[in-house]
Design a protein around this ligand. Structure first.
Ligand code: ATP
Length: 236
């Protein structure tokens, strides 16, 4: 397995590795192949942009990497652990502890405050209330949302909602952040602000991030850019 070398010269497992992934869908009498023997490695701390035309398979790739969808073939390694043959309960546990997700729409729980939205995944994971609250406050402060902690999503602006969603995605200190058009629903100025906050959080926490975006300007600010070509993942 391709391992990352740590500062001490030891090898640590990669946060994410996709090996030989194939995925297709039935389409009428035929079949639509989206990924064919695709490979991808994410190294610790790197921010990778996934840029590809609509319908190329960005969401499919993110769903497979995020253990939300199973490939037809291939293996997904998270922190070196093969996840392909895991049952649904094990995959869910892996998602809760090692993966964070951000979508184009925030998907915050409308009846809960920003603080409670950040506490929820931590409580589900088993942290006690005080610990969860302290971490939630710390993350909201980091995202400059401290004064908005007790507001519900409907009382926040679009950019604030998305910053809460990003903070929530890292509440359980995942190893990998997967984001599908995280700023796609925002105006350019807000989008740039939210993106900067996302990058700062990724850098501060040392997690690896794979971010699908149509925004080439944002993509150019990441460490690496990949696309889907001929059903493979390639560098651009
Ligand atoms: N469950 C499914 N059943 C059938 N076809 C599907 C399914 N999921 C995705 N597809 C098809 O697979 C292709 C890739 O879809 P996907 O959502 O991964 O693309 P995308 O690159 O994320 O597109 P966009 O940028 O528009 O969100 C599309 O043609 C889509 O219609």
């Amino acid at each position: 397995m391709d391992d990352a070398t740590t500062m001490a010269g030891e090898t640590a497992p990669l946060p994410l590795m996709l090996a030989g992934i194939s995925r297709g869908f039935r389409e009428g009498a035929g079949r639509l192949d989206i990924l064919n023997n695709a490979n991808l490695a994410l190294h610790p701390g790197e921010l990778v942009a996934l840029v590809a035309p609509s319908g190329a398979g960005k969401s499919t790739l993110l769903h497979i990497a995020g253990l939300l969808e199973r490939p037809d073939e291939g293996e997904i390694y998270i922190d070196g652990v093969p996840c392909g043959s895991m049952d649904d309960a094990e995959r869910t546990r892996m998602r809760r502890t090692r993966l964070g997700f951000v979508y184009q729409f925030h998907h915050l729980l409308p009846e809960f405050t920003a603080l409670e939205n950040l506490m929820m995944p931590q409580l589900i994971r088993g942290l006690d209330k005080d610990e969860a609250r302290a971490r939630a406050r710390q993350l909201l402060d980091y995202m400059r949302l401290g004064p908005r902690a007790d507001h519900r999503p409907s009382e926040l602006s679009g950019g604030e909602q998305q910053r809460v969603a990003i903070a929530r995605a890292v509440a359980n200190a995942p190893r990998i952040l997967l984001a599908d058009e995280p700023t796609g629903n925002l105006d350019p100025v807000t989008s740039a602000y939210v993106f900067d906050a996302l990058v700062a959080l990724v850098r501060a926490s040392g997690l690896a991030a794979l971010i699908a975006t149509h925004n080439l300007d944002l993509a150019s600010q990441m460490d690496r850019r990949i696309t889907l070509r001929d059903r493979q993942v390639v560098e651009i």
